[in-house]
Write a protein that binds this ligand. Structure first.
Ligand SMILES: Cc1cc2nc3c(=O)[nH]c(=O)nc-3n(C[C@H](O)[C@H](O)[C@H](O)COP(=O)(O)OP(=O)(O)OC[C@H]3O[C@@H](n4cnc5c(N)ncnc54)[C@H](O)[C@@H]3O)c2cc1C
Ligand code: FES
Length: 377
Protein backbone atom coordinates (compact mmCIF):
# COMPACT_ATOMS: atom_id res chain seq x y z
CA UNK A 1 0.00 0.00 0.00
CA UNK A 2 1.22 3.44 -0.83
CA UNK A 3 1.64 5.85 2.14
CA UNK A 4 0.73 9.57 2.15
CA UNK A 5 4.45 10.31 2.17
CA UNK A 6 4.95 8.01 -0.83
CA UNK A 7 2.04 9.66 -2.67
CA UNK A 8 3.50 13.10 -1.93
CA UNK A 9 6.87 12.11 -3.41
CA UNK A 10 5.15 10.47 -6.41
CA UNK A 11 3.15 13.65 -7.17
CA UNK A 12 6.26 15.79 -6.62
CA UNK A 13 8.28 13.52 -8.89
CA UNK A 14 5.66 13.62 -11.67
CA UNK A 15 5.35 17.42 -11.36
CA UNK A 16 9.12 17.88 -11.54
CA UNK A 17 9.19 15.55 -14.56
CA UNK A 18 6.40 17.51 -16.32
CA UNK A 19 8.05 20.86 -15.50
CA UNK A 20 11.39 19.50 -16.76
CA UNK A 21 9.78 18.27 -19.99
CA UNK A 22 8.04 21.61 -20.57
CA UNK A 23 11.27 23.52 -19.88
CA UNK A 24 13.18 21.27 -22.27
CA UNK A 25 10.58 21.92 -24.99
CA UNK A 26 10.78 25.61 -24.30
CA UNK A 27 14.57 25.56 -24.44
CA UNK A 28 14.51 23.56 -27.67
CA UNK A 29 11.91 25.83 -29.27
CA UNK A 30 14.02 28.81 -28.15
CA UNK A 31 17.06 27.27 -29.74
CA UNK A 32 15.04 26.69 -32.95
CA UNK A 33 14.04 30.34 -32.74
CA UNK A 34 17.60 31.43 -32.18
CA UNK A 35 18.63 29.35 -35.22
CA UNK A 36 16.10 31.29 -37.24
CA UNK A 37 17.40 34.55 -35.77
CA UNK A 38 20.93 33.44 -36.56
CA UNK A 39 19.93 32.59 -40.14
CA UNK A 40 18.39 36.02 -40.53
CA UNK A 41 21.51 37.68 -39.21
CA UNK A 42 23.47 35.42 -41.53
CA UNK A 43 22.85 37.90 -44.31
CA UNK A 44 25.57 38.79 -46.78
CA UNK A 45 25.00 42.41 -47.72
CA UNK A 46 28.32 43.89 -48.75
CA UNK A 47 31.85 42.89 -49.66
CA UNK A 48 32.90 39.98 -47.49
CA UNK A 49 36.00 37.86 -46.92
CA UNK A 50 35.82 34.26 -48.17
CA UNK A 51 38.46 31.61 -47.58
CA UNK A 52 39.47 29.12 -50.28
CA UNK A 53 38.99 25.63 -48.82
CA UNK A 54 39.56 23.58 -51.96
CA UNK A 55 40.91 24.00 -55.50
CA UNK A 56 40.05 21.44 -58.17
CA UNK A 57 41.88 21.25 -61.52
CA UNK A 58 39.02 20.66 -63.98
CA UNK A 59 41.13 20.94 -67.15
CA UNK A 60 44.51 22.37 -68.21
CA UNK A 61 43.09 25.93 -67.87
CA UNK A 62 39.98 25.70 -65.67
CA UNK A 63 40.08 25.51 -61.89
CA UNK A 64 37.18 25.29 -59.46
CA UNK A 65 37.59 27.30 -56.26
CA UNK A 66 35.51 26.36 -53.22
CA UNK A 67 34.97 28.91 -50.48
CA UNK A 68 33.70 29.15 -46.93
CA UNK A 69 32.80 32.39 -45.22
CA UNK A 70 35.59 33.76 -43.04
CA UNK A 71 32.96 34.52 -40.34
CA UNK A 72 32.18 30.80 -40.10
CA UNK A 73 28.49 31.17 -41.01
CA UNK A 74 26.74 29.20 -43.74
CA UNK A 75 25.76 30.77 -47.05
CA UNK A 76 22.22 32.00 -47.45
CA UNK A 77 19.86 31.21 -50.32
CA UNK A 78 20.89 32.28 -53.80
CA UNK A 79 19.47 31.49 -57.23
CA UNK A 80 20.92 28.88 -59.58
CA UNK A 81 22.75 30.81 -62.34
CA UNK A 82 23.80 33.79 -60.19
CA UNK A 83 27.38 35.03 -59.91
CA UNK A 84 29.75 36.62 -57.42
CA UNK A 85 31.79 39.72 -58.12
CA UNK A 86 35.30 39.45 -56.68
CA UNK A 87 37.82 42.12 -55.84
CA UNK A 88 40.99 41.31 -57.75
CA UNK A 89 44.20 41.61 -55.72
CA UNK A 90 43.89 44.49 -53.27
CA UNK A 91 42.40 46.97 -55.74
CA UNK A 92 38.84 47.62 -54.58
CA UNK A 93 37.83 48.95 -58.00
CA UNK A 94 39.25 46.05 -60.01
CA UNK A 95 36.45 43.51 -60.10
CA UNK A 96 35.62 40.36 -62.03
CA UNK A 97 32.40 38.35 -61.90
CA UNK A 98 32.29 34.53 -61.82
CA UNK A 99 29.15 32.39 -61.95
CA UNK A 100 28.48 30.00 -59.12
CA UNK A 101 29.01 26.50 -60.56
CA UNK A 102 27.57 24.46 -57.65
CA UNK A 103 24.08 23.65 -56.44
CA UNK A 104 22.12 26.26 -54.48
CA UNK A 105 21.31 23.49 -52.01
CA UNK A 106 24.92 23.43 -50.77
CA UNK A 107 25.01 26.17 -48.14
CA UNK A 108 28.27 25.21 -46.46
CA UNK A 109 30.59 25.90 -49.39
CA UNK A 110 30.14 27.92 -52.52
CA UNK A 111 32.14 27.41 -55.71
CA UNK A 112 33.13 29.16 -58.93
CA UNK A 113 35.05 27.71 -61.88
CA UNK A 114 37.49 29.99 -63.66
CA UNK A 115 39.16 29.67 -67.03
CA UNK A 116 42.62 31.25 -67.16
CA UNK A 117 42.92 33.69 -70.07
CA UNK A 118 46.19 34.78 -71.66
CA UNK A 119 47.21 37.97 -69.87
CA UNK A 120 43.89 37.95 -68.03
CA UNK A 121 44.34 40.04 -64.88
CA UNK A 122 41.55 38.49 -62.82
CA UNK A 123 41.65 34.89 -64.02
CA UNK A 124 45.48 34.88 -63.87
CA UNK A 125 45.42 36.16 -60.29
CA UNK A 126 42.82 33.58 -59.24
CA UNK A 127 44.89 30.75 -60.73
CA UNK A 128 47.86 31.86 -58.60
CA UNK A 129 45.89 31.49 -55.33
CA UNK A 130 46.15 28.54 -52.96
CA UNK A 131 43.98 26.78 -50.41
CA UNK A 132 43.63 28.93 -47.23
CA UNK A 133 44.11 32.19 -49.19
CA UNK A 134 41.34 34.75 -48.78
CA UNK A 135 39.40 36.71 -51.38
CA UNK A 136 36.81 39.48 -51.10
CA UNK A 137 33.46 39.03 -52.83
CA UNK A 138 30.12 40.79 -53.10
CA UNK A 139 26.92 38.78 -52.45
CA UNK A 140 25.40 36.66 -55.25
CA UNK A 141 23.70 38.73 -57.96
CA UNK A 142 22.29 38.46 -61.46
CA UNK A 143 19.01 37.80 -63.20
CA UNK A 144 20.01 34.77 -65.32
CA UNK A 145 18.23 31.99 -63.45
CA UNK A 146 15.49 29.42 -63.92
CA UNK A 147 14.75 29.48 -60.21
CA UNK A 148 11.81 31.84 -60.44
CA UNK A 149 10.35 30.16 -63.53
CA UNK A 150 6.84 28.82 -63.02
CA UNK A 151 6.75 26.20 -65.78
CA UNK A 152 7.12 22.44 -65.92
CA UNK A 153 8.03 22.54 -69.62
CA UNK A 154 11.46 21.30 -70.73
CA UNK A 155 14.48 23.42 -69.76
CA UNK A 156 17.10 23.28 -72.48
CA UNK A 157 20.54 24.54 -71.51
CA UNK A 158 23.05 25.43 -74.20
CA UNK A 159 26.61 26.18 -73.11
CA UNK A 160 29.83 26.90 -74.96
CA UNK A 161 33.18 26.46 -73.16
CA UNK A 162 33.35 28.10 -69.76
CA UNK A 163 29.75 29.33 -70.32
CA UNK A 164 28.75 25.99 -68.80
CA UNK A 165 29.14 27.33 -65.22
CA UNK A 166 25.75 29.02 -64.56
CA UNK A 167 23.98 26.18 -66.44
CA UNK A 168 25.72 23.62 -64.24
CA UNK A 169 24.44 25.41 -61.15
CA UNK A 170 20.84 25.47 -62.47
CA UNK A 171 20.95 21.79 -63.49
CA UNK A 172 22.48 20.58 -60.20
CA UNK A 173 19.99 22.69 -58.21
CA UNK A 174 16.99 21.20 -60.08
CA UNK A 175 18.39 17.70 -59.53
CA UNK A 176 19.15 18.29 -55.83
CA UNK A 177 15.61 19.57 -55.32
CA UNK A 178 14.19 16.48 -57.08
CA UNK A 179 12.35 18.72 -59.53
CA UNK A 180 11.01 16.26 -62.10
CA UNK A 181 11.13 18.84 -64.92
CA UNK A 182 12.84 17.44 -68.07
CA UNK A 183 16.31 18.98 -68.39
CA UNK A 184 18.64 18.81 -71.40
CA UNK A 185 22.16 20.16 -71.75
CA UNK A 186 23.93 20.86 -75.05
CA UNK A 187 27.58 21.51 -74.24
CA UNK A 188 30.07 22.58 -76.92
CA UNK A 189 33.81 22.39 -76.25
CA UNK A 190 36.86 22.70 -78.47
CA UNK A 191 38.67 19.42 -77.81
CA UNK A 192 38.98 16.50 -75.42
CA UNK A 193 41.38 18.43 -73.20
CA UNK A 194 38.75 21.16 -72.68
CA UNK A 195 36.01 18.82 -71.42
CA UNK A 196 35.42 20.30 -67.98
CA UNK A 197 32.79 18.53 -65.83
CA UNK A 198 32.21 15.90 -68.55
CA UNK A 199 32.39 12.84 -66.25
CA UNK A 200 30.17 14.52 -63.66
CA UNK A 201 27.58 15.32 -66.34
CA UNK A 202 27.68 11.77 -67.73
CA UNK A 203 27.10 10.44 -64.23
CA UNK A 204 24.12 12.77 -63.77
CA UNK A 205 22.67 11.58 -67.07
CA UNK A 206 23.13 7.92 -66.10
CA UNK A 207 21.53 8.52 -62.70
CA UNK A 208 18.59 10.82 -63.45
CA UNK A 209 16.14 9.91 -66.19
CA UNK A 210 14.86 13.51 -66.51
CA UNK A 211 18.34 14.77 -67.53
CA UNK A 212 19.79 14.35 -71.06
CA UNK A 213 23.31 15.39 -71.95
CA UNK A 214 24.63 16.16 -75.47
CA UNK A 215 28.36 16.98 -75.54
CA UNK A 216 29.90 18.02 -78.86
CA UNK A 217 33.50 18.90 -79.78
CA UNK A 218 34.41 21.39 -82.49
CA UNK A 219 37.79 19.69 -83.15
CA UNK A 220 38.07 16.11 -84.37
CA UNK A 221 40.00 13.89 -81.98
CA UNK A 222 40.88 10.19 -82.28
CA UNK A 223 40.03 9.59 -78.65
CA UNK A 224 36.53 11.07 -79.09
CA UNK A 225 33.81 8.95 -80.66
CA UNK A 226 30.96 11.36 -79.86
CA UNK A 227 29.53 14.20 -81.95
CA UNK A 228 31.74 16.80 -83.59
CA UNK A 229 30.82 20.19 -85.00
CA UNK A 230 28.99 23.17 -83.55
CA UNK A 231 25.70 23.43 -81.69
CA UNK A 232 23.06 24.80 -84.04
CA UNK A 233 19.27 24.89 -84.14
CA UNK A 234 19.33 21.84 -86.48
CA UNK A 235 21.70 19.93 -84.16
CA UNK A 236 19.41 20.55 -81.19
CA UNK A 237 16.27 19.46 -83.05
CA UNK A 238 18.05 16.34 -84.38
CA UNK A 239 18.56 15.21 -80.77
CA UNK A 240 15.42 16.43 -79.06
CA UNK A 241 11.86 17.27 -79.98
CA UNK A 242 11.20 20.80 -78.84
CA UNK A 243 8.00 22.60 -78.01
CA UNK A 244 7.61 26.34 -78.44
CA UNK A 245 6.90 26.70 -74.71
CA UNK A 246 10.18 25.01 -73.68
CA UNK A 247 12.60 27.37 -71.98
CA UNK A 248 16.13 27.88 -73.34
CA UNK A 249 19.11 29.07 -71.30
CA UNK A 250 22.16 30.13 -73.30
CA UNK A 251 25.64 30.97 -72.10
CA UNK A 252 28.42 30.93 -74.63
CA UNK A 253 29.97 32.85 -77.51
CA UNK A 254 27.45 35.11 -79.32
CA UNK A 255 28.27 33.40 -82.64
CA UNK A 256 26.70 30.25 -81.22
CA UNK A 257 23.83 31.66 -79.17
CA UNK A 258 22.70 34.26 -81.77
CA UNK A 259 22.32 31.71 -84.56
CA UNK A 260 20.37 29.28 -82.37
CA UNK A 261 18.13 32.16 -81.21
CA UNK A 262 17.46 33.04 -84.89
CA UNK A 263 16.52 29.41 -85.60
CA UNK A 264 14.16 29.33 -82.64
CA UNK A 265 12.45 32.59 -83.54
CA UNK A 266 12.00 31.47 -87.17
CA UNK A 267 10.31 28.33 -85.84
CA UNK A 268 7.76 30.10 -83.68
CA UNK A 269 9.58 30.39 -80.37
CA UNK A 270 8.98 33.62 -78.43
CA UNK A 271 11.80 35.66 -76.89
CA UNK A 272 10.14 35.36 -73.48
CA UNK A 273 11.29 31.70 -73.36
CA UNK A 274 14.86 32.44 -74.45
CA UNK A 275 17.22 33.53 -71.68
CA UNK A 276 20.89 34.28 -72.11
CA UNK A 277 24.00 35.48 -70.31
CA UNK A 278 27.21 36.91 -71.75
CA UNK A 279 30.55 36.70 -70.00
CA UNK A 280 31.93 40.13 -70.89
CA UNK A 281 35.07 41.39 -69.18
CA UNK A 282 35.04 45.08 -68.17
CA UNK A 283 37.92 45.55 -70.67
CA UNK A 284 35.34 44.94 -73.43
CA UNK A 285 33.73 48.29 -72.55
CA UNK A 286 36.55 50.28 -74.02
CA UNK A 287 35.78 54.03 -73.98
CA UNK A 288 38.51 54.70 -76.64
CA UNK A 289 35.92 54.58 -79.42
CA UNK A 290 33.45 57.00 -77.87
CA UNK A 291 33.63 60.81 -77.91
CA UNK A 292 34.17 63.02 -74.91
CA UNK A 293 31.11 64.93 -73.68
CA UNK A 294 30.51 68.12 -71.67
CA UNK A 295 27.28 68.00 -69.65
CA UNK A 296 25.62 69.17 -66.45
CA UNK A 297 24.58 66.43 -64.08
CA UNK A 298 21.92 67.29 -61.50
CA UNK A 299 21.98 64.93 -58.56
CA UNK A 300 20.91 65.42 -54.92
CA UNK A 301 19.94 69.04 -55.72
CA UNK A 302 23.52 69.83 -56.86
CA UNK A 303 24.62 70.64 -60.40
CA UNK A 304 27.96 69.05 -61.29
CA UNK A 305 29.99 69.74 -64.42
CA UNK A 306 30.92 66.55 -66.31
CA UNK A 307 33.58 66.64 -68.97
CA UNK A 308 35.28 63.66 -70.67
CA UNK A 309 34.58 59.95 -70.98
CA UNK A 310 34.42 58.67 -67.41
CA UNK A 311 31.56 56.37 -66.55
CA UNK A 312 28.82 58.00 -64.47
CA UNK A 313 29.94 55.81 -61.57
CA UNK A 314 33.55 57.05 -61.77
CA UNK A 315 32.33 60.64 -62.07
CA UNK A 316 29.95 60.37 -59.08
CA UNK A 317 32.65 58.72 -56.96
CA UNK A 318 35.12 61.47 -57.86
CA UNK A 319 32.44 64.02 -56.89
CA UNK A 320 32.09 62.37 -53.44
CA UNK A 321 28.56 61.14 -54.13
CA UNK A 322 27.84 57.95 -52.24
CA UNK A 323 26.88 55.14 -54.64
CA UNK A 324 27.01 51.35 -54.40
CA UNK A 325 28.74 49.07 -56.85
CA UNK A 326 29.71 45.40 -57.04
CA UNK A 327 30.68 44.20 -60.54
CA UNK A 328 31.57 47.49 -62.32
CA UNK A 329 30.66 45.79 -65.58
CA UNK A 330 26.90 46.22 -65.96
CA UNK A 331 25.69 42.84 -64.77
CA UNK A 332 24.79 43.06 -61.07
CA UNK A 333 22.52 46.13 -60.92
CA UNK A 334 24.08 47.52 -57.70
CA UNK A 335 25.04 50.90 -59.20
CA UNK A 336 21.73 51.73 -60.89
CA UNK A 337 20.26 55.24 -60.91
CA UNK A 338 17.05 56.65 -62.36
CA UNK A 339 17.36 59.18 -65.16
CA UNK A 340 14.63 61.81 -64.68
CA UNK A 341 15.70 64.15 -67.50
CA UNK A 342 18.11 63.89 -70.44
CA UNK A 343 19.80 61.00 -72.25
CA UNK A 344 22.64 58.61 -71.48
CA UNK A 345 24.65 56.13 -73.54
CA UNK A 346 25.16 52.72 -71.93
CA UNK A 347 27.30 49.77 -73.06
CA UNK A 348 24.76 47.33 -71.61
CA UNK A 349 21.60 47.15 -69.52
CA UNK A 350 21.80 43.43 -68.75
CA UNK A 351 21.85 44.00 -64.96
CA UNK A 352 18.38 45.61 -65.03
CA UNK A 353 14.98 43.95 -64.90
CA UNK A 354 12.51 44.80 -67.70
CA UNK A 355 10.56 46.94 -65.19
CA UNK A 356 13.68 48.88 -64.16
CA UNK A 357 14.49 49.51 -67.82
CA UNK A 358 11.00 50.84 -68.55
CA UNK A 359 11.13 52.96 -65.37
CA UNK A 360 14.21 54.77 -66.74
CA UNK A 361 17.01 53.18 -64.69
CA UNK A 362 20.55 52.94 -66.07
CA UNK A 363 23.69 51.26 -64.79
CA UNK A 364 26.13 54.02 -63.89
CA UNK A 365 29.22 51.78 -64.21
CA UNK A 366 28.64 51.40 -67.97
CA UNK A 367 26.80 54.65 -68.74
CA UNK A 368 27.89 58.14 -69.79
CA UNK A 369 25.79 61.29 -70.27
CA UNK A 370 24.79 62.19 -73.82
CA UNK A 371 23.09 65.45 -72.81
CA UNK A 372 22.54 67.36 -69.56
CA UNK A 373 20.87 64.92 -67.18
CA UNK A 374 19.00 64.85 -63.90
CA UNK A 375 19.35 61.61 -61.95
CA UNK A 376 18.18 60.06 -58.69
CA UNK A 377 20.34 57.48 -56.90
C1 LIG B 1 28.03 37.53 -65.20
C2 LIG B 1 29.39 36.97 -65.57
C3 LIG B 1 29.72 35.69 -65.17
C4 LIG B 1 30.97 35.17 -65.51
N1 LIG B 1 31.27 33.89 -65.11
C5 LIG B 1 32.48 33.36 -65.43
C6 LIG B 1 32.81 32.03 -65.02
O1 LIG B 1 32.02 31.33 -64.40
N2 LIG B 1 34.05 31.57 -65.32
C7 LIG B 1 34.96 32.34 -66.03
O2 LIG B 1 36.08 31.86 -66.25
N3 LIG B 1 34.65 33.58 -66.45
C8 LIG B 1 33.45 34.12 -66.15
N4 LIG B 1 33.15 35.41 -66.53
C9 LIG B 1 34.19 36.22 -67.21
C10 LIG B 1 35.06 36.91 -66.13
O3 LIG B 1 34.30 37.85 -65.42
C11 LIG B 1 36.23 37.68 -66.73
O4 LIG B 1 35.74 38.56 -67.69
C12 LIG B 1 37.28 36.76 -67.34
O5 LIG B 1 37.82 35.91 -66.34
C13 LIG B 1 38.40 37.60 -67.93
O6 LIG B 1 38.91 38.43 -66.94
P1 LIG B 1 40.47 38.62 -66.77
O7 LIG B 1 40.65 39.71 -65.77
O8 LIG B 1 41.18 37.34 -66.56
O9 LIG B 1 40.91 39.13 -68.18
P2 LIG B 1 41.00 40.67 -68.61
O10 LIG B 1 42.22 41.25 -68.05
O11 LIG B 1 39.73 41.32 -68.30
O12 LIG B 1 41.17 40.51 -70.18
C14 LIG B 1 40.22 39.76 -70.95
C15 LIG B 1 40.88 39.34 -72.24
O13 LIG B 1 41.10 40.48 -73.01
C16 LIG B 1 42.47 40.60 -73.32
N5 LIG B 1 42.74 42.04 -73.21
C17 LIG B 1 42.89 42.78 -72.10
N6 LIG B 1 43.10 44.06 -72.41
C18 LIG B 1 43.05 44.12 -73.77
C19 LIG B 1 43.17 45.14 -74.70
N7 LIG B 1 43.38 46.40 -74.35
N8 LIG B 1 43.06 44.82 -76.02
C20 LIG B 1 42.83 43.57 -76.42
N9 LIG B 1 42.73 42.54 -75.58
C21 LIG B 1 42.81 42.82 -74.27
C22 LIG B 1 43.21 39.78 -72.27
O14 LIG B 1 44.44 39.30 -72.75
C23 LIG B 1 42.24 38.67 -72.01
O15 LIG B 1 42.40 37.63 -72.96
C24 LIG B 1 31.91 35.95 -66.23
C25 LIG B 1 31.57 37.26 -66.62
C26 LIG B 1 30.33 37.76 -66.29
C27 LIG B 1 29.98 39.16 -66.71
S1 FES C 1 28.31 47.77 -60.42
FE1 FES C 1 27.27 46.03 -61.15
S2 FES C 1 25.98 46.83 -62.69
FE2 FES C 1 27.21 48.48 -62.11
Amino acid sequence: MISYEGLFYLVLGVSVYVILLLSLRLISSKSEDSDVVENESNGWHSKEELVIVDIINETHDIKTFRFKRKNGKGFMTFLGGQFLSFQIKDDNKLLRSYSISGSCENRSTLQVSIKKLNNGVGSGWFHSLEVRDSVFAFPPGGLFSDDTLDSDKKRIFVGGGIGITPLLSMIKTNIDRSNRIPLALFYGMNSVKDMAFHKELQLLEDTYDNFSYFPILSNKDESWSGDTGFISYDYITSKLSIDKNDNFYFCGPPVMTDSITDGLIKNGHVLEHIHSEKFASPVAFNPDNISAVDADIIVDGKTLAYSGKDSLLEFLEASDIDIDFACRSGVCGACKCKVIEGDVDAFTDSGLTPKEKSDGYVLTCVARPKTNIKIVI
